[in-house]
Design a binder for this molecule. Sequence first.
Ligand code: CO
Length: 212
Amino acid sequence: MTDKEKLFLCNQAWAQEKLDVDSDYFTRLAKDQSPDYLWIGCSDSRVPANEIIGAQPGELFVHRNIANLVVHTDLNLLSVLDYAVTHLKVKHIILCGHTGCGGVKAAMTHSNFDLLNKWLRNLKEVYFHHREEIEAIQNEEERLDRFVEINVVEQVQNLAKTSVVQKSWQRHQLPLIHGWVYNMKTGLLKSVVEMGHDSEIDPIFKFDSFGF
Ligand code: CO
């Protein structure tokens, strides 16, 4: 059996399983989506967004990239964010990092990853601003995992700096932004930071009132 044949076989079994429980499952799901959550996570194959929080199809709008970064010029992420917040009106954004993140680890080295350098540069800037705290940690694994947490805080703040989020905060007082870290060794989530419509952000990142 080829890899492709295996995947198609698994797909057929999965679809049948759903239909066995509810014969209208796909007909209903195909009509519309109104998820309450936007998930922004790492592309790592070991951190499957839906699975680790037990979310069913239709419950989670998902964006994943290397090291769960919110880069203010990333049209892909901004489009996902705008659609989720402005049109789907999600109540929560979950920004989830994970322990042992390869992207975060790579950014701590001096290795040349060619094209990937440009993406990892965003992480190096985070490291630069928190160098003292990170480098004070002796244990290598703990140092990496603290950098993972700091990165989550920074990326949550990057979300709060967008006009998309600020406009929605002004209009609906939503979404609530959660910064989490998934521990790959235990399978458990840890809450690191939370930001909402009443959170403080540095004035330089605040936009004028949005006229509605
Ligand atoms: Co990762």
